[in-house]
Ligand binder design. Sequence first.
Ligand code: C2E
Ligand code: MG
Ligand code: MG
Ligand code: MG
Length: 291
Amino acid sequence: YQAKRDRTGVEVYESKRDSNTPDRLGLLGDLRRALDAHEVQLHYQPKVRFDGQVAGLEALVRWVHPERGKVPPDEFIAIAESSGLMPHLTEYVLETALEQVARWRSGGIRVPVAVNVSPRDVHTPGFAGSVAARLARHGVPAGALQLEITEHVLLEDPQRAADTLAALTGHGVKMSLDDFGTGYSSLVHLRRLPVSELKIDRSFVARLAVDTEDAEIVRCTVDLAHSLGLLVVAEGVEDDETWERLRDLGCDAVQGWLVAAAMPPEEATAWLRFRQTSVGSPTRRPLPPGE
Ligand code: C2E
Ligand code: MG
Ligand code: MG
Ligand code: MG
């Protein structure tokens, strides 16, 4: 039951978990068609270091349903996961992201892209090999791809999950542990997973500047991650004060609306070009010209 509440104790909307309602089945069929019709898009949100360097971009899936409008990823990903469509969605996302990475590289922009993968994917036989083959097909070096996983990969058959992740890192793909602090997380998991980056969940970051307990949690997480040799990224940074606190706590990079929201590919390209050419690379949202 615990898992159905968020940290603040607020019940999380669960109707999406009732499987097989007509609504869900309808959405599932629509999602399948949308994938085939390439109507699902990826937007890209930067991860930025405190010195202004762009550490990478995270691909976030976006679906605008013809009648319902925007469907939140959390909602349709839950549907894809419980219906068996997840491997197809992940293939689609990987394919689209790698095409984009290749396009950026041929235009002189070398930026790693992170793709979120679900525990289902990690437990799909042959997953690591298929990722490696896909990289090769697109001529993209493994180091340009990062996969974001959550601790949930360890819920079922942790040994197999660890083997798959080891195979992926063996191919040179970097692993990032997403939403850290929200799962059944423990330090044991951290030690077991071959990850090179840890992302502190937004729920700890949001009130960092006003809540001393959250600030302590973030401080300890940063120190722990560093002592294990991991980079730390804070999710959901929305204001200057939080940005400054994270910098002072020694966090390595931030992601959040303060810097940029997830952008469609063309906008992300323009953002990257601006970053590449702007002298001194401002870390935060660039000031309008003239200021
Ligand atoms: P996530 O991977 O933890 O992604 C971070 C979420 O926080 C994204 O929501 C992002 O748009 C949002 N966000 C970023 N900065 C801020 C901020 O400053 N403030 C606030 N309030 N929110 C911010 P989004 O795009 O709705 O995605 C939700 C979740 O859906 C993701 O969480 C990820 O778990 C999942 N997801 C998204 N795309 C994919 C995908 O391609 N495959 C899989 N398997 N899961 C995905
Ligand atoms: Mg993520
Ligand atoms: Mg996250
Ligand atoms: Mg999340």
